[in-house]
Design a protein around this ligand. Structure first.
Ligand SMILES: [Zn+2]
Length: 71
């Protein structure tokens, strides 16, 4: 979680997190690490293996839902 806070402070949108519900957000747009929402929705970093699996299953790399909407 310390790493997640660092990524957020660096406004790093290349690091992805996801929740138990399958929502994907970058370090900037995910709930604040350690906040109630973060804990309740069980946010955690996406591992390399999970990123690969996502890409294989859905045919495109996972992206932050909020960054995608802003494009
Ligand atoms: Zn984002």
């Amino acid at each position: 979680m310390a790493g997640a806070r660092q990524a957020r402070e660096a406004r790093d949108t290349s690091i992805l997190f996801w929740s138990e519900r399958g929502e994907v957000c970058c370090a900037l747009h995910a709930p604040y690490p350690g906040s109630d929402t973060w804990i309740w929705e069980r946010w955690r970093p996406m591992t390399e293996a999970e990123t690969r699996e996502w890409t294989r299953t859905l045919g495109s790399a996972p992206r932050c839902e909020i960054c995608r909407e802003e494009e």
